[in-house]
Design a protein around this ligand. Structure first.
Ligand code: 4AD
Ligand code: MG
Length: 500
C-alpha cells in the first residue's frame, strides 16, 4: 500500500510502497542503506543481497543522489533510525535518473547554494525552515479569520508611495509610471471603514539598496486595520497575534525547531505581557551602562572566539594534510574547517562593527530613528518581545497620528523581537483629522492629488483607527533562530540576487 513516510507508524509490520528521492546512500557490500525522502520525511530503506533482491541489488548500490525511486518493502519500527522506521526492500524501481547532483553532503558556499535554490530546498535544513513558514502563514490567516477580520486584497500596482519614496520600484504601466506596492495599508484603511476589522496579506516590494541579513526587496507582510481603535488597542492585538504565532509553531514544529538547533525553552517563554517602553526610554537605554557593557562584553567574547577558531583551523588543516589520514576523516576535517571559516568571517565583520555601534548608541541624538544596531541592543536587553512606542513624528511616515499631549511625537510602535532580532512589526494609530493629514502630506512634500482618495476617508465619517504590518520573513528568522532572512523564503529577492 502506498504510504507517506510521516505516516509509517500506522504501517508497522505491513508492506508499504514509498515514492520519493534518494537522499543519501551507504553500502557495506552485502547491504545497501538508502535514505529516502518523500517530501513528508526521511526513512532508511534496507536492500540486502539476497535471491529476492537479485534483480535490483546492484542498481541500489549505484543509485545517484536524488534519483527518483519507487520501492516496496516491509515496514519495521526502529527508534534508532531517522524518522523511527525502516523498510526492508523487496522491490525497487528507478522513476527518474539523477547523476552528479550538484549539492552533495560536502559544504558549499552560500552563493552556490542560492544559485541552486531550485534544488537547495530539498536539503534538510531548508526543508525544515520552509515547513515552519507554511505554518506561520496558516496561523496568520487563521488568527485574523477566527477573530472577525475580513480579508481585503490590496493592489500591487500602486499610483504613489505608501512608505517613503526612496524605496520605490517603478514600473512602466502603458507609458505611465506606477510603483510596486510597499504596503497595502492605505487601502486597508479605506476598507476598515466598510468592514470594521480587515487585513491584507501579500508580497510587498522595497528597493532596499542594502545587503543586510534583515532586508529583502520582496517580502510578505500581513497588515490588519481596525476602525474605532487607539494605539493601546492596536498594541494589544499585535501582542496577542505574535503570541499565538509563537505558540502554534511551538505546538506543531518541535522536531523542525530541534533540528534547526532552536532552544525550545526560549520559545516557551514568549508569554504575554510583552515588554513596553517609550522611544524616550529607548534613548536612555542606548546611553546607559547596560548597553555599553553588553557591547564591551561582545568584543571580549567574540575576540576570544576568533582566536579559538584560528587555532582550530590551523590544527585541522595540518591534520587533514598529514600522511595516512583516511579519506572520511579528511572530508570531515575539511567540512569543519569550512564551517569555522564561515563563522570566522561573520565574527570578524561583527567585531569590526562593534566600536561603531558603541559610538552610535553613546551619541544617539533624540529625534533620530532607531537604527538596526540600536534595535539590536534594545532587543537583546529584553527577554520577551518589546514594544517601543511614541517616536518623534519627523522621522516616521506621514500617516501616523500626532500625539495629543506632545506634538513632537506620534502614536506609533515598533515591536522588537528579542535576542537581537530587532523589528518584526511596525504600526500606528492613523491621523484621522483631515487638516492634520493634509498638513503632513504637504510637510512630506507628497502630491495631495495622489492621495485624494485617501484623504476622502477623513471627510466622510472619519474615526480613530489603526493597524500594523508584520514581516513574515523576519518573524520566521526569529522563531527558527536563523542568522539570515534569505533562508526563510523559497526564492529570495535581494539586491544582486534574483535568480532562479
Ligand atoms: O515598518 P514598516 O515599513 O511598516 C509598514 O509598512 C506599515 N504600512 C505597516 C502598517 O502599519 N500597516 O514594515 C512593516 C514590517 C517591518 O516591521 C518588517 O518586519 C517588515 O515589514 N519589513 C521587511 N522585511 C524584510 N525586508 C524588508 N526590506 C522589510 N521592510 C519591512
Ligand atoms: Mg518599520
Amino acid at each position: 500500500m502506498k504510504a507517506a513516510i510521516k505516516d509509517l507508524s500506522q504501517h508497522v509490520g505491513k508492506e508499504v510502497t514509498l515514492e520519493g528521492w534518494l537522499y543519501n546512500r551507504r553500502d557495506s557490500g552485502k547491504i545497501a542503506f538508502l535514505v529516502v525522502r518523500d517530501g513528508t520525511g526521511l526513512c532508511q530503506c534496507v536492500v540486502a543481497k539476497a535471491p529476492e533482491t537479485e534483480g535490483f541489488f546492484d542498481t541500489a548500490r549505484r543509485l545517484g543522489q536524488e534519483t527518483a525511486i519507487r520501492l516496496t518493502g516491509m515496514c519495521r519500527a526502529n527508534e534508532k533510525q531517522i524518522g523511527g522506521h525502516e523498510v526492508d526492500v523487496t522491490a525497487l524501481e528507478v522513476v527518474g535518473e539523477s547523476q552528479d547532483y550538484p549539492i552533495t553532503p560536502k559544504p558549499h558556499g552560500i552563493d552556490f547554494l542560492f544559485k541552486n535554490r531550485h534544488l537547495h530546498f530539498r536539503s534538510r535544513r531548508q526543508w525544515h525552515i520552509l515547513r515552519v513558514r507554511a505554518t506561520v502563514i496558516d496561523e496568520i490567516r487563521s488568527y485574523f479569520n477566527r477573530n472577525g477580520y475580513t480579508l481585503i486584497d490590496t493592489p500591487i500596482f500602486a499610483p504613489a508611495a505608501g512608505e517613503g519614496a526612496q524605496t520605490l520600484f517603478e514600473v512602466d504601466y502603458f507609458g505611465e509610471p506606477v510603483y510596486m506596492a510597499q504596503t497595502g495599508q492605505l487601502y486597508v484603511e479605506t476598507a476598515c471603514m466598510a468592514f470594521g476589522k480587515v487585513y491584507c496579506f501579500g508580497p510587498t516590494f522595497r528597493a532596499e539598496k542594502s545587503k543586510t541579513r534583515r532586508h529583502l526587496t520582496e517580502f510578505w507582510m500581513v497588515e490588519p486595520e481596525i476602525a474605532y481603535a487607539d494605539l493601546d488597542t492596536v498594541v494589544a492585538v499585535a501582542e496577542d497575534f505574535v503570541h499565538s504565532i509563537a505558540q502554534r509553531v511551538l505546538r506543531d514544529h518541535k522536531e523542525d525547531l530541534e533540528f534547526l538547533g532552536r532552544d525550545l525553552s526560549f520559545l516557551e517563554s514568549i508569554q504575554k505581557p510583552f515588554a513596553r517602553i517609550t522611544y524616550d526610554e529607548a534613548v536612555d537605554i542606548l546611553h546607559g551602562d547596560k548597553a555599553r557593557e553588553l557591547l564591551e562584553n561582545d568584543l571580549t567574547t567574540k575576540t576570544a572566539r576568533i582566536e579559538e577558531l584560528n587555532k582550530a583551523i590551523t590544527e585541522k588543516e595540518a591534520e587533514s594534510t598529514a600522511q595516512g589520514v583516511k579519506q572520511w576523516k579528511k572530508d570531515k576535517l575539511i567540512a569543519e574547517v569550512a564551517e569555522h571559516r564561515d563563522e570566522l568571517a561573520d565574527l570578524e565583520e561583527e567585531v569590526k562593527n562593534i566600536p561603531h555601534h558603541m559610538e552610535l548608541a553613546k551619541n544617539f541624538k533624540w529625534g533620530k530613528d532607531l537604527g538596526g544596531s540600536d534595535e539590536t541592543i534594545i532587543s537583546r536587553l529584553h527577554e520577551r518581545p518589546c514594544f517601543v512606542t511614541h517616536y518623534p513624528r519627523d522621522v516616521k511616515a506621514f500617516y501616523m497620528k500626532k500625539n495629543e499631549t506632545d506634538d513632537r511625537l506620534c502614536n506609533n510602535f515598533d515591536l522588537l523581537a528579542p535576542q537581537g532580532y530587532g523589528e518584526i512589526i511596525g504600526g500606528s494609530q492613523r491621523e484621522d483629522s483631515y487638516d492634520e493629514l493634509m498638513a503632513q502630506i504637504n510637510r512630506h512634500e507628497l502630491d495631495p492629488a495622489d492621495y485624494a482618495w485617501y484623504t476622502d476617508l477623513r471627510k466622510y465619517g472619519s474615526v480613530p483607527h489603526g493597524g500594523f504590518g508584520l514581516g513574515v520573513e523576519r518573524t520566521i528568522a526569529w522563531l527558527c533562530g536563523l542568522k539570515h532572512i534569505r533562508e526563510t523564503i523559497p526564492f529570495p529577492r535581494m539586491m544582486g540576487r534574483f535568480y532562479p
